[in-house]
Design a protein around this ligand. Structure first.
Ligand SMILES: NC(=O)c1ccc[n+]([C@@H]2O[C@H](COP(=O)([O-])OP(=O)(O)OC[C@H]3O[C@@H](n4cnc5c(N)ncnc54)[C@H](OP(=O)(O)O)[C@@H]3O)[C@@H](O)[C@H]2O)c1
Length: 484
């Protein structure tokens, strides 16, 4: 199956922080891949903006180098690379000053979609929004894209929402969570709401529990200062895992429209119970295996920041009462693996007797690597040896199913940036969603501070602290493996 490319009209995209890591490693390569797919009409313009002094050619050279490193497959076509770079421009500008804005204004076209991507530290979000408005760069078809972190707690998220709302309507604000741009995440909605098969079983009557794992094998190198203030709860749980939880647990929206979907997600967050302290495990990787432990990495021998968190959440509504959701995320774990496992209940009665063992269906939604969906079903073991049961996977890997054989599925940023241009906010977080997520997260963190909680050490390259296994074991359950 070949995916269809839906062309977009010419647009101007300004990337504040165009010289930074995210822009060079993710955003610009994503734009280049979309360009190579033929999605753009003539006349698209991409303007990098940052304090570093570059002329246009200098910035183009920087972008070319990044594309060769991060979009290597498409860079074999020198003609395409050249044509893309022709659309790339640069303005030297400091988000805290008023210089450079007139040059930026001169480069922008009227009467077309105009997007400003805030790929800068969060302190600059407010000042940039103010200056876009003050320099009269905001047209009715202007959008702003705001990166994470969106606030540090409820209070700061509210303040940021209020600042942005002074200058832009909610329909112009795109709060990005790149997890929502992953093919599988959207497929989760397609699987749930496009098939008759799953939705009747999608409730506490048939689902024993749900596991959401976002495991990373990397540490925090290069992000020490930020991470030491954030920890896994703020960096991952409050946003990425919360969003996955919402999509798994939400009621069917009336239609696939941004506010209908986001209304349902918001209801899930608001129905979350406060997490009991004994239902949370915090961990911090130590030096075992290779590399430094967390405390050496951040240069703080007394750090109590968690690089791992696992918790049991409950959603108090009719659909999910009695079905726990186990969420875990951590750094320097055994493998990079993001998976949602929907663990169905055992059949109520086995006609095959005790010796056939216990078998339950598991629907695994793999977000990375190898995006795909697997349904574990029970069948008869082949052969004449009697009625022995065995669990086998019904596997749908997207790379195979969609016929893109040697190619990875589109990167999340490709889809999300194009959604900004098309004006589709479905996969972006609304202000009230972000605030509700902080309202759930803040008391958990406050509780840790009040109790002087110290995270449990875990070995680098392991599956996390032993207490996380106990969290499950106490409930007569166990985590699925973390497999690459
Ligand atoms: N990197 C990632 O993988 C990643 C993932 C998710 C979210 N994010 C978020 O994305 C944002 C950018 O991250 P990053 O990793 O790209 O950071 P970075 O590498 O430090 O880049 C920051 C960018 O901001 C520019 N900048 C800094 N101060 C400025 C100012 N006063 N006026 C104008 N431009 C300024 C810098 O260029 P000059 O120094 O030349 O001004 C640089 O281009 C952050 O909010 C981060 O949390 C990053």
């Amino acid at each position: 199956m070949v995916s269809r490319v839906i062309p977009v009209d010419p647009f101007d995209l300004v990337i504040f922080g165009g010289t930074g890591d995210l822009a060079q490693r993710k955003i610009l390569p994503a734009l280049f891949r979309r360009f190579c797919s033929g999605q753009w009409a003539e006349g698209v313009q991409i303007i990098g903006a940052a304090r570093t002094v570059h002329n246009r050619a200098g910035f183009q050279a920087m972008v070319a180098e990044s594309l060769r490193a991060h979009a290597a497959a498409q860079c074999h076509d020198e003609g395409a690379l050249r044509a893309f770079l022709d659309r790339v421009d640069y303005v030297t500008l400091d988000g805290y000053s008023n210089e450079g804005w007139n040059q930026l204004s001169d480069k922008l076209n009227q009467d077309r979609v105009r997007a400003f991507y805030f790929s800068v530290g969060p302190r600059l979000f407010g000042p940039l929004a103010e200056r876009i408005k003050a320099h009269d760069l905001a047209t009715p078809s202007t959008r702003i894209v705001v990166e994470k972190p969106f606030g540090h707690d409820l209070e700061s998220a509210r303040a940021l929402n209020a600042t942005l709302a002074e200058h832009f309507r909610e329909s112009q604000i795109y709060r990005i969570d790149h997890y929502l741009g992953k093919e599988t995440v959207q497929n989760l909605m397609a699987v749930r709401f496009g098939n008759m098969l799953f939705e009747p079983l999608w409730n506490s009557q048939y689902v024993d529990h749900i596991q959401i794992t976002v495991a990373e094998s990397v540490g925090i190198d290069g992000r020490e200062e930020y991470y030491e203030r954030a920890g896994a709860m703020r960096d991952m749980m409050q946003n990425h895992l919360m969003q996955l939880l919402c999509l798994i647990a939400m009621e069917p929206p009336a239609k696939f429209d941004p506010d209908a979907v986001r209304d349902e997600k918001l209801k899930v967050i608001r129905a979350l119970d406060q997490v009991e302290p004994h239902h949370i495990v915090r961990g911090q990787f130590d030096g075992g295996g290779s590399g430094n432990g967390y405390r050496e990495t951040v240069g703080n021998p007394r750090s109590t920041t968690e690089s791992y968190v696992a918790l049991r959440a409950h959603i108090s509504n009719w659909r999910w009462a009695g079905t726990p959701f186990y969420l875990r995320t951590g750094k320097r774990l055994v493998a990079r693996s993001s998976v949602i496992n929907v663990m169905f209940k055992d059949a109520p009665h086995s006609i095959f007797g005790e010796e056939a063992g216990r078998h339950a269906n598991v629907l695994s939604i793999r977000l990375q690597p190898n995006e795909g969906i697997t349904l574990k079903v029970t069948i008869k073991e082949p052969g004449p040896g009697g009625m022995r049961l065995v669990d086998v996977p019904l596997d749908m890997s997207f790379a195979e199913a969609l016929g893109s054989g040697n190619q990875d599925p589109p990167d999340a940023y490709e889809r999300l940036v194009m959604d900004v241009i098309r004006g589709n906010q479905t996969l972006f977080m609304r202000g009230d969603e972000v605030e509700a997520a902080w309202a759930w997260t803040d008391p958990i963190i406050a509780g840790w501070h009040a109790r002087g909680d110290v995270p449990k050490p875990y070995e680098s390259g392991s599956t996390g602290p032993g207490d996380a296994e106990l969290l499950m074991k106490r409930d007569g359950r166990r985590w699925q493996g973390i497999n690459p």
